[in-house]
Design a protein around this ligand. Structure first.
Ligand code: ZN
Length: 368
């Protein structure tokens, strides 16, 4: 099985012609739609990249067919790899050269429409790590994100999944309010489990600071100060706090991805991912939380599930996406009743467990 991982690197804006990249993105969009537009003033070697890649588009991680006309399509590029011992792999005239000997990435003719133009950036340690793991960077992509030029490097690796041991690692993806729960099951017995959360006190504080500032802006606006330096400053502060919350959940998701996949690898466990994000969203709305709070409490969770899948594929961890019930009794199948403190109780057989633990009991039952 082939596994992929991708990484973005920002390119120096002063050395990249943003308008040129934007134009190439438009041509790429046309190329995906089977229009071959040969533009006389763009270098032939670069134009060949667009039309050669039409055939590869489905094999690339990023290379999906644009949904809309003029949607942003990144330009796929082949690479040349020059290794420590001087040996080479790939296309000799590739626009992207990964030079492991000198620790640099050279971009030729792509950042500016000028013959012989090239820029050099430092080789990210991420690339060297993927190489050590047996990965190869056969493709790269260039494009704009928020009007900034970026290079995406796509590592490819041939990987065989291991045969799962007697361990199962069950991951329950809820909201950040109740956290991501995981449990390690050995031979049908739950041996450890934990709920992982970001610093909720900090998130709460930041959220209230954001709301305070947004209210202040509203008040000043009604008084006629809609565009003053003071209003702009408060607006900026509110925005910075909201972004900070988003960053906290993103970092936590990233940290947990690596922790859980490593744990699965350590025990050679089957990884079971229970994506309950939709159910959790409903639960939060039923609790009467404002929509923007719900949005923050659910931020980066879809990304988390995607990241766990990508990383599991990369390291050959066998995994399953499985829905495990949290409101049905795992012992007798009756409907559970929720008591204070999110404790679930079965009125039929007396089963009792915290809500986030119920799916673990189901996993024990299903995977025995
Ligand atoms: Zn029961």
């Amino acid at each position: 099985m082939k596994a992929y991982r991708a990484m973005l690197t920002k390119l120096p804006k002063d050395k990249c012609d943003v308008n040129h990249i934007r134009r190439l993105m438009a041509l790429t969009n046309l190329a995906y739609r089977d229009f071959e537009v040969w533009v006389p003033d763009i270098l032939k070697t670069i134009q060949f990249q667009l039309y050669n890649f039409k055939n590869y588009k489905n094999s690339l991680v990023f290379g999906h067919i644009p949904k809309r006309w003029f949607a942003r399509s990144w330009i796929s590029l082949v690479t040349l790899r020059v290794y420590q011992d001087g040996s080479m792999k790939g296309d000799r005239v590739a626009p992207v050269v990964l030079d492991f000997k000198n620790g640099v990435i050279k971009l030729r003719k792509i950042c500016k429409n000028e013959l012989g133009y090239f820029i050099e950036i430092q080789m990210p340690s991420w690339v060297v790590e993927r190489l050590k793991e047996g990965g190869d960077i056969k493709f790269a992509m260039i494009g704009l994100k928020d009007n900034e030029p970026y290079l995406a490097l796509i590592a490819e690796r041939e990987v065989a999944q291991y045969t799962p041991s007697e361990y199962k690692l069950v991951v329950d993806v809820n909201s950040w309010k109740y956290g991501i729960a995981w449990g390690l099951i050995k031979n049908g017995k739950l041996i450890t489990w934990r709920t992982e959360k970001p610093n909720m006190f900090l998130i709460n504080t930041l959220y209230h600071q954001t709301i305070d500032r947004e209210r202040k802006v509203g008040k000043l606006k009604t008084l006629g100060y809609s565009s003053s330096v003071k209003v702009d400053k408060i607006k900026e502060q509110a925005y910075a706090r909201r972004s900070k919350i988003y960053m906290i959940t993103r970092d936590k998701a990233y940290f947990l991805t690596s922790k859980l996949v490593k744990k699965a690898l350590k025990y050679k466990a089957l990884l079971v991912i229970d994506d309950m994000t939709e159910e959790s969203r409903r639960e939060l709305l039923e609790e009467g939380l404002p929509r923007d709070v719900v949005k923050l409490l659910m931020s980066n969770l879809k990304r988390f599930v995607h990241q766990v899948e990508t990383l599991a594929q990369w390291y050959g961890v066998p995994y399953e996406l499985k829905r495990l019930p949290s409101t049905v009794c795992p012992m007798c199948g009756s409907k559970l009743v929720q008591e204070d403190g999110r404790t679930m109780v079965c009125t039929n057989c007396g089963f009792k467990a915290p809500r986030d633990m119920v799916p673990m009991y189901w996993a024990v039952k299903i995977y025995i």
